[in-house]
Write a protein that binds this ligand. Structure first.
Ligand code: CP
Ligand code: NVA
Length: 331
């Protein structure tokens, strides 16, 4: 029997997603609300020990050009919990490292896999994967952004503060990929975000411009200041991230010097609300971007953040993959 031609997945999903998840800014606000609701339900199911396996028979590929603990393990276990399986593709062991093109690799992997998580350097690379793959491509971190982290963090903030709209999130430190995605997420959900960073380490200007357009619609407020005390003033949540992101090792000396005044410590935390939560996407460097007392203190929600990667990414997988079940079965 002749095989049915494989359709491309270039269609909007239930909640207005495109085929892929490459940035938070590309996701409609309504879709983010639905993802949060779905993640809460999946978390509750998991807590009850209930089985929910809508992705049985499907395979998620993970292609990582940078190290990872949380993203890899939460996607792999999440896919398994949803009934599917996952396949970690080490760059060293696939033909990409010997010059096979992204276009050919993406087209071939699309014949085996149902979705692909890519962790890489330039945002243009993950966009290239998405363009050439007929399956959903999920951004597992680029130099520009870390959308799965920020979406998961929305869940953590919502759990801890009961809402997102009007909640003030302060981010202090390097205006990096995590900061960029948090800005996009705050803009989409009507939060107040204040970024305290040196003038040479501001978040991406394109991200800020687009986020300000979203903020005009949602009532979000976005501030960038070089004064960390201004950023954290009356904050409900205070966030920091490593000073030397993956791929920036050669700038280490400059970064450590420029970012030293932005350390998240007990003195800086005094400016935030007394019940402010402390956030960090991890891995952390105690004594650099954050002190051990703050990171491991009573206000810290870092383990909730790490756990919520699992629940949010399961919601993302269900969103992107649940309508593909019949195709997978007919392969
Ligand atoms: N926060 C985060 O993405 O961690 P990993 O680099 O361990 O995946
Ligand atoms: N900004 C960090 C995040 C790690 C999860 C990095 O890119 O290395």
């Amino acid at each position: 029997m002749a095989a049915r031609p494989r359709q491309t997945a270039r269609r909007a999903s239930r909640t207005g997603f495109g085929k892929d998840l490459l940035t938070v800014s590309a996701i409609p606000g309504q879709a983010i609300a639905r993802l949060l609701e779905s993640a809460r339900k999946l978390k509750a199911l998991r807590r009850r020990g209930a089985r929910y396996q809508p992705l049985a028979g499907m395979t998620l590929g993970l292609l990582f050009e940078k190290p990872s603990t949380r993203t890899r393990v939460s996607f792999e276990t999440g896919m398994n919990q949803l009934g599917g399986q996952s396949l970690f593709l080490s760059l060293d062991n696939i033909q990409l490292s010997r010059g096979e093109t992204i276009a050919d690799t993406a087209a071939v992997l699309s014949r085996y896999l149902d979705a692909l998580v890519v962790r890489t350097f330039d945002q243009a690379i993950v966009e290239d994967w998405a363009r050439h793959a007929t399956i959903p491509v999920i951004n597992g971190l680029t130099d520009l952004c870390h959308p799965c982290q920020a979406l998961s963090d929305l869940l953590t903030i919502q759990e801890r503060k009961g809402r997102l709209k009007g909640v003030k999130l302060a981010y202090v430190g390097d205006g990096n990929n995590v900061a960029n995605s948090l800005i996009e997420a705050a803009a989409k959900t009507g939060m107040v975000i204040s970024v305290g960073c040196p003038g040479d380490h501001r978040p991406d200007q394109g991200v800020l411009d687009k986020a300000r357009e979203d903020a005009a619609r949602t009532g979000a407020a976005i501030e960038v200041t070089d004064q960390p005390q201004v950023a954290v003033k009356d904050a409900d949540a205070v966030y920091t991230d490593v000073w030397v992101s993956m791929g920036h090792e050669r700038e280490q000396a400059d970064l450590l010097k420029a970012l030293a005044p932005y350390q998240l410590n007990e003195r800086l935390m005094k400016g935030a609300k007394p019940d402010a939560i402390v956030m960090h996407c991890l891995p952390a460097h105690r004594g650099q971007e954050i002190t051990a007392a703050v990171l491991d203190g009573p206000q810290s929600v870092i383990l909730d953040q790490a756990e919520n990667r699992l629940h949010m990414q399961k919601a993302i997988l269900v969103e992107l993959l649940s309508k593909r079940g019949s195709r997978a079965a007919g392969r």
